[in-house]
Design a protein around this ligand. Structure first.
Ligand SMILES: Cc1cc2nc3c(=O)[nH]c(=O)nc-3n(C[C@H](O)[C@H](O)[C@H](O)COP(=O)(O)O)c2cc1C
Length: 168
């Protein structure tokens, strides 16, 4: 069974997941591994692992366009998001991302985990907290930022590997 891994990763988190998938799947059957620009013959693979970073609750436009171009494929969606902690949050994002796929594709698996954000984001939150001292919502955002710093971690990569294994 041939496969391709195509991903969009602005800061490297999703790329880590992509690399883990390639490691798990092995090099031999890999038709293509790379970004959307490098996708080339990827759409011919038996199974396409498509990875995204969460951009305003959805995948980025480039990955959305890639997904929209797929037909009659088995697709495994994986992604990272700055906010974590609840599978229901990931599920909402995944539903939106699935919306880019034509109905003739089959989503064979999904996986999402949290991914760290740039330090500038924390600085912005700190500024907001200075303007609104004690604001619980902003404090929660800072706490989330600090939790995200470690992700994707080894546990995330293991869980991804398990999700991939179930598809095979
Ligand atoms: C412009 C922008 C928009 C983002 N929107 C969201 C969002 O709606 N929800 C979320 O949980 N994370 C959001 N994030 C955080 C990223 O999705 C997260 O850090 C992700 O792991 C980045 O993956 P990458 O390193 O592969 O680019 C956003 C980040 C940026 C820069």
């Amino acid at each position: 069974m041939t496969y391709a891994v195509i991903y969009a990763s602005a800061t490297g988190n999703t790329k880590l997941l992509a690399e883990e998938i390639r490691k798990r799947m092995g090099e031999v059957e890999c038709v293509c591994f790379g970004t959307v620009e490098e996708a080339g013959t990827a759409i011919e693979a038996d199974i396409i692992f498509a990875g995204f970073w969460t951009d305003k609750g959805n995948c980025s436009d480039e990955l959305g366009r890639f997904l929209a171009g797929l037909h009659d494929r088995k697709v495994f969606l994986f992604g990272t998001a700055g906010f974590g902690g609840a599978q229901s949050y990931f599920d909402q994002i995944l539903e939106r991302v699935k919306g880019h796929l034509a109905a003739d594709n089959e989503v064979v698996g999904t996986y999402m985990c949290q991914g760290k954000m740039p330090q500038s984001v924390r600085k912005r939150y700190e500024g907001m907290l200075e303007q609104n001292p004690g604001d619980e919502r902003i404090k929660g955002m800072i706490e989330n930022f600090d939790r995200a710093v470690q992700h994707p971690d080894e546990t995330d990569l293991k869980a991804l590997g398990e999700a991939v294994r179930q598809v095979l």
